[in-house]
Unconditional design. Sequence first.
Length: 110
Amino acid sequence: MTEYTVEFVGTGETIEVADTQTILNACLEAGIAQEYSCRVGMCLACSAEILEGDVTQPAARGLSDEEADDYALTCMARPQSDLKIVRGRYPPSLESPEEPTGAAPAADDD
Ligand code: FES
């Protein structure tokens, strides 16, 4: 077992997380208020952006392969190196779609 340092950028929080432990479990043990819901890699509530480092998260089914390079589902992700991550950041596929073009004109009250 190897322990890695996980730094939460913007909060000043840093914890040690074993490579056998999920980041979310380490947060809960340390009293860090990491958001979560399903805890099975589907809802993305626990998402964090990876600024530096690597994780393994083969069961993170809510992420595409491309998204899994830049985002960690902390309920599934185990560190493979020291990490710098930003909690509460979500992959682009979860962001709101752009305003629809060609929206219907406002009704005329005449
Ligand atoms: S808590 Fe749902 S994906 Fe992590």
